[in-house]
Write a protein that binds this ligand. Structure first.
Ligand SMILES: [Ca+2]
Ligand SMILES: [Ca+2]
Length: 208
């Protein structure tokens, strides 16, 4: 096992232990049993919005069959149906907030709200699964910069186009926001792709 994978495995094990020790409560009931119908031609079958939302936040701890069905429903959902996943998201947001042993410091968490409402604001933001880009700006240094600036998040870059370039460590940014409410601080041990990427030359990603 490489040093990076060992580091990642260690981090996941530590986070799992934290889950057991520090569960933040959102007191939201689950919804997960529905089996999505086979999609028709032209129907959505996957997402390409913000990184990790589906895989990290939709039923991460459920039995495989239940978790997979709910993820599939999430991936297939038409935009009008996105809000129905808000409760799935806020339940898992409570879990991530607990990983540092401090509940209520997650991005957009409301410490003073009732447990059922504490993570609702971010859950609604994430359920609206669009990665915003300011097309008139040519400086793109921060993942989620448009959302972070719009929501007056400490550490948000100013005059940044946002979105996600191949060079952004989107996973670290996202998990740091969920655990600490900051854009850095949670590191999965993988800093960059094994292959070179470009922000200037199409197709931007290296050949597999
Ligand atoms: Ca926290
Ligand atoms: Ca990383």
């Amino acid at each position: 096992m490489s040093r990076n994978l060992q580091s990642l495995a260690g981090a996941i094990a530590a986070l799992a232990l934290c889950v057991v020790l520090h569960g933040c409560s959102s007191r939201v009931r689950g919804t997960s049993r529905e089996l999505p119908a086979r999609p028709g031609l032209g129907a959505p079958v996957d997402r390409i919005g913000r990184a990790l939302t589906g895989n990290a936040l939709i039923h991460p701890l459920g039995p495989d069959d239940v978790s997979d069905r709910r993820k599939e429903a999430y991936n297939r959902a038409a935009e009008a149906d996105w809000p129905q996943f808000t409760e799935d998201l806020q339940r898992t947001l409570a879990l991530y907030d607990s990983f540092d042993g401090t509940c209520g410091n997650q991005w957009r968490a409301d410490r003073n709200a009732a447990p059922a409402l504490r993570y609702r604001a971010l859950a609604r933001t994430l359920a609206d699964d669009r990665l915003w880009i300011h097309s008139k700006l040519a400086v793109c240094t921060q993942y989620l910069a448009v959302e972070l600036a719009e929501l007056a998040t400490p550490g948000a870059a100013t005059a940044d186009c946002g979105g996600r370039t191949p060079g952004h460590d989107a996973v670290d940014v996202f998990r740091s926001l969920l655990v600490l409410g900051k854009t850095a601080g949670v590191d999965d041990g993988i800093a960059q792709d094994d292959h070179g990427t470009s922000t200037a030359e199409f197709p931007f990603l290296a050949a597999p």
